[in-house]
Design a protein around this ligand. Structure first.
Ligand code: ADP
Ligand code: MG
Length: 248
């Protein structure tokens, strides 16, 4: 298993006999920024659902840092160090950007305590650093409701990072964003990749080109191929799978 943060063997997930994931094998080293692409229905979201404990596989094994995740609840998986960013931002709209991050930094403490006790100086440093990282320092005191969609995405990524996960799972973070916001989210993920292992699921090929290191292509619930963006784009199997559905 070596230095692999994630190791998945012979994974199959059947929904009433339909195999959304079909004998899938996947591994990833600690510190990687991995992009997973594939046409609609390829099994990308189901793949994340299994890692996070939302769905249990029909067959196969999943190891995180050498430890089996099978049978673990979503809550337990999160506590083991896997953070997931869903497609739509889940931030508290009536709280300021800073309050959202304070809350995320204090997830383990109670909500009441977070608001009625002064943040410690190390919490303050963390939040200031996070505001800087996600590029929202100038908007720290604004209610999250006033942020653009892209800023909300960055805030939610910041809230995930506040919980210090070892592995970050990010599902289609730039869907519906402007070009400029897309680039900002890309830069943020690249910056975070210096200190985290990250899996990004994505459709937007422009964006994949911006962030891609190693790319895994899923098709019909299995890995079709892996490589650099150039390698997978020129792979005849990938071209065939994408033909008629969308551009690579
Ligand atoms: P992707 O994210 O790559 O678009 P999904 O993982 O969402 O693909 O879905 C893969 C396939 O599994 C699709 O054909 C989808 O309709 C099917 N599927 C996903 N979840 C369920 C479910 N809970 N019950 C039945 N079929 C499902
Ligand atoms: Mg999906």
């Amino acid at each position: 298993m070596g230095n692999n943060i994630l190791e998945i063997e012979n994974l199959t997930v059947s929904f009433d006999g339909f195999k959304a994931i079909n004998n899938l094998n996947f591994s990833m080293e600690a510190g990687e920024l991995r992009t997973i692409i594939g046409p609609n229905g390829a099994g990308k979201t189901t793949f994340l659902d299994i890692i996070t404990g939302k769905t249990q596989p029909t067959e196969g094994r999943v190891y995180f840092q050498g430890r089996s995740l099978l049978g673990q609840s979503e809550h337990k998986v999160a506590r083991l160090g896997i953070g997931r960013k869903f497609q739509t931002p889940r931030v508290y709209l009536n709280l300021t950007v800073r309050e959202n991050l304070d809350l995320a930094c204090n997830r383990s403490k109670s909500v009441l305590k977070t608001f009625f006790s002064k943040p410690s100086s190390s919490d303050k440093r963390n939040v200031a650093g996070l505001l800087e990282t996600i590029g929202l320092f100038p908007k720290a005191e604004l209610k999250a409701a006033l942020l653009s969609h892209g800023e909300k995405q960055r805030l939610e990524i910041g809230m995930l990072v506040a919980q210090s996960p070892d592995l970050l799972l990010v599902d289609e973070p730039v869907a519906g964003l402007t070009d400029e916001e897309t680039e900002n989210v890309g830069s943020l993920l690249i910056a975070l990749a210096e200190s985290h292992s990250i899996i990004v699921i994505e459709h937007d090929m422009e964006f994949v080109r911006q962030i891609a290191r190693k790319v895994t292509v899923l098709h019909q619930g299995s890995v079709l191929c892996e490589g650099t963006m150039d390698e997978v784009q020129n792979d005849p199997r990938v071209i065939e799978v994408y033909l008629g559905s969308e551009e690579v």
